[in-house]
Design a protein around this ligand. Structure first.
Ligand SMILES: Cc1cc2nc3c(=O)[nH]c(=O)nc-3n(C[C@H](O)[C@H](O)[C@H](O)COP(=O)(O)O)c2cc1C
Length: 420
């Protein structure tokens, strides 16, 4: 069966919670898991107690590469009923029993999976499987209708021979049909369509002489991920980047610069064009005051002093020039993360700051992953766990988009009392 055609993986970096419930078709979730992984998804499996009677958690654990959660109370320390749905791009329940559909429709929360559904904000896709008589039972019909009415994507079971030996509608839908429903639900959002985003990325290089410079460890990965994500979500994006080894994100206009001065100019001239500015670059705070026109020769002396001067504070300068742009900055810190980030947010007049502790293991410079706390002007904080930079980019864009929407709705004139 050809599922993704020649387009390559279609779910790269998508975080999917695969819920497996106690149906005879539970073994088919194993094949689906492998397909989702092949499509590039990161899959966390949650099983009901009944599901574990049909397939062992170990099977899903080994294949997914993540522990399988089965118990609300065992997982309580990590608050999985909150953390898994929060990180998920979609929850997919395959197969979904009649019992699970009823719990979901009624809003019961008596196990991990059903409690997760009460906290989830992401799309929910369910693929029921049961005997034909169950599928047509009025209670199941009502629960399915209630779920559909709330936006749940229900992949109908198919007609055919059932495990009971009867013929009827109840067989779990074909894997390709379920995958298509997942792909459609996770199709790129276009919520940034009509926006023009200016993103900065990478380090700057401040020349000491024609062959030497002062720089930092920034790889540019975070800024590039933001540019890529914003473009995928419909924005027009200009990426002003210091020197990096990264390929230009598709569909993004890239402006390459070297020094903090170049970066300031490149951003300033594009500020008026932009509707949102996201400054992920690690710009040098100081530069050599007297860069030598020729390579500095090794001298007899054993030490050499460099005079440094402040570079332009890009964030403060853009913030001072801005009109209506939403401004997002980064605070890469090694200590007192939140306090420093809050100070920077206020000092630079930002709308949102992404605070990340670059000493966190597996996060920060050069890594493909990052963990961060988003802080807005009102002091609202969103803590984001360690995740791929591309997923973090989407989370930052989600928050920035919310701020834009709030700003818009605050600007919309309130209807006059008694008016029509
Ligand atoms: C052998 C066997 C097969 C079953 N298959 C299904 C099924 O395909 N669909 C279904 O809705 N229930 C099926 N059940 C009943 C469920 O396992 C039962 O309702 C259980 O409480 C579901 O729990 P869960 O929804 O928490 O997983 C089956 C039960 C057994 C013993």
């Amino acid at each position: 069966m050809q599922i993704s055609g020649s387009m390559g993986p279609t779910l790269i970096g998508k975080q999917i919670v695969l819920g497996v419930t106690g149906s005879i078709a539970a073994y088919k979730a194993v094949a689906l898991l492998r397909t989702l992984l092949r499509e590039g998804a990161i899959v966390h499996v949650v099983m009901t107690q009944s599901a574990t009677k049909f397939v062992t958690p170990l099977t899903f654990e080994v294949l997914s590469g993540h522990p399988v959660s089965t118990d609300l109370f065992e997982a309580h320390q990590e608050m999985k009923h909150l953390s898994l749905p929060e990180q998920a791009d979609a929850i997919v329940i395959v197969p979904a029993t009649a019992n699970c559909l009823a719990r979901a429709a009624l809003g019961l929360g008596d196990d991990l999976l059903s409690t997760m559904l009460l906290t989830a904000q992401c799309p929910l896709i369910v693929a029921p499987a049961m005997d034909g008589g169950m599928w047509t039972h009025p209670s199941v019909t009502e629960h399915v209708s209630a779920l559909r009415a709330r936006g749940t994507i229900v992949v109908n079971p198919e007609e055919g021979p059932l495990a009971s030996g009867r013929i009827g509608q109840g067989r779990l839908a074909e894997e390709g049909t379920i995958l298509e429903a997942i792909q459609t639900a996770l199709a790129p959002r276009r919520d940034w369509q009509g926006h023009r985003i200016l993103v900065s990325a990478g380090p700057t290089q401040e020349p000491i002489d024609p062959v030497r410079f002062i720089s930092n460890r920034s790889s540019g990965k975070m800024g590039y991920a933001i540019a890529e994500a914003a473009q995928a979500r419909g924005a027009q994006v200009v990426l002003v980047t210091g020197p990096t080894a990264l390929p230009a994100p598709r569909g993004v206009e890239v402006v390459s610069v070297a020094t903090a001065e170049d970066m300031t100019k490149a951003l300033s001239v594009r500020l008026a064009w932009s509707t949102t500015v996201i400054m992920a670059a690690a710009v040098a705070d100081f530069r050599p005051k007297y860069p030598a026109p020729q390579k500095i020769k090794k001298q007899e002396r054993t030490d050499q002093t460099l005079d440094l001067e402040r570079t332009t504070d890009i964030l403060a300068s853009l913030s001072a020039q801005r009109t209506t742009q939403l401004m997002v900055g980064f605070a890469a810190e090694t200590s007192d993360l939140i306090a420093h980030a809050k100070d920077k947010l206020t000092a630079k007049g930002l709308d949102l700051i992404v605070a990340n502790d670059v000493t966190t293991e597996g996060a920060g410079f050069g890594s493909d992953q990052n963990a961060a706390t988003l802080i807005d002007r009102q002091g609202a904080m969103t803590e984001l766990p360690l995740m791929p930079k591309r997923a973090l980019a989407d989370a930052i864009l989600n928050r920035a988009h919310e701020l834009l929407r709030t700003r818009q709705s605050n600007q919309t004139p309130k209807p006059v009392a008694g008016g029509r």
